[in-house]
Design a protein. Structure first.
Length: 371
């Protein structure tokens, strides 16, 4: 009913969006192209986003920006499945390959990065061997799988509620080149109800409080019941409780989002993968307007020691000698050879500002050509 009302709500743009949605083959490779074919201006994109994001959350990537597949089959799902493969195997190399393959894009386009969406986690573009590897790590039981190609679980149960792995996954998502997309409830670590059919298991109501039905509704019988038992029940996991605890998943997510807003280099800049000589450790640098940020992620369950150079040259080389930790107090200064040596704990990550906190004074007014 919501999509049928699009023409009334959005006028000509709504007609385009409605027709594009109704005429889209949802099993075809081009099913994600709606984000780039229905809108002709920023205003139209915003209008379509505001309505479709409410009525059709199956459109994974945010429609406030044009999503282009950049010649890579699978659209946003390409990054999603690649990311989960890396988290399952502790090997960053295929993710690096995916990042480089999707790097070319129009100046007005951007990728949407997500770990979970409103449907199942689609692994259909992985090989059978790769798919079974992800199933073994995150959905070993058949009831956790869907259509023989997807995972119908929420993110927190997929990681067995392990905060270290959850935070690593979100840090990775927030620092990949694109726009992060967070599914409701994942900021709390909400679970799933595998007793519900198909995709409904991950579409349970938001858990606002420990009041009846999680404070979501006054109805005696919601269409989809709230999770009310086990470690993920609304009595234990809800927004009201987590707001009061500074170390909760909710407050951690708020802090990481706030920090993400302070590193516009990720959204606007050009990325460079820096060699760590360790396949389990991903090191990336973003450059934008004479400013740089650097991120380190350890995908392994064991601590890792890595040595690397920031890679800045000429007049910027001196800036690369100092890395200021944006999430803690462990800053890094390069040795006499310009190398940084870090010990990263299991599933650990670092967000660094390169060259100190006076970056705003150095920021240029125009973009520099990508190297």
């Amino acid at each position: 009913a919501g999509l049928a009302q699009l023409p009334e709500k959005l006028g000509r743009s709504g007609v385009a969006a409605s027709r594009a949605w109704q005429g889209l083959d949802h099993n075809a490779p081009n099913r994600h192209d709606i984000g780039s074919t229905t809108a002709r201006s920023v205003d139209e994109l915003a209008l379509i986003r505001d309505t479709i994001s409410h009525y059709a959350p199956v459109l994974i990537a945010p429609l406030s920006i044009q999503i282009r597949r950049a010649g890579v089959q699978g659209g946003p799902e390409f990054f999603c499945s690649a990311c989960h493969r890396r988290l399952a195997s502790a090997d960053a190399r295929p993710l690096i390959q995916a990042m480089k393959a999707t790097k070319p894009r129009p100046a007005t386009a951007q990728w949407g990065m997500f770990l979970r969406n409103h449907d199942e986690l689609d692994l259909g573009r992985l090989s059978e061997r790769q798919r079974q590897q992800v199933f073994a790590a995150f959905a070993p039981d058949p009831e956790m799988q869907l259509y023989e190609r997807g995972i119908r679980r929420r993110l927190a149960p997929m990681f067995d509620g392990d905060r270290r792995r959850l935070e690593l996954a979100y840090s990775l998502m927030f620092t990949l080149p694109g726009t992060p997309v967070l599914r409701y409830g994942d900021e709390l670590g909400m679970g799933d109800d595998l007793k519900l059919p198909e995709r409904d298991c991950a579409r349970t109501p938001m858990q606002w409080s420990n009041e009846p039905h999680g404070g979501f509704t006054k109805s005696d019988k919601p269409q989809i019941p709230v999770i009310s038992s086990g470690p993920y029940g609304f009595e234990h996991i809800n927004a009201a409780i987590q707001r009061r605890h500074p170390d909760s998943q909710l407050n951690w997510t708020e802090r990481i989002i706030r920090m993400r807003k302070e590193v516009p280099e990720v959204g606007w800049g050009n990325f460079t993968v820096i060699s760590s000589r360790d396949p389990a450790v991903l090191v990336m640098r973003y450059d934008w307007r004479n400013n740089w940020v650097l991120f380190v992620h350890n995908l392994d369950a064991k601590p890792r020691e890595v040595t690397f150079s920031v890679g800045l040259e000429k007049e910027h080389a001196e800036q690369g000698r100092l890395l200021v930790n944006l999430l803690g107090e462990e800053h890094s200064r390069a040795d006499k050879n310009g190398k940084h040596r870090l010990v990263i704990e299991a599933y650990g990550f670092r967000w660094f500002r390169v060259g100190g906190l006076d970056y705003l004074l150095r920021r240029s007014d125009i973009d520099q050509p990508a190297s």
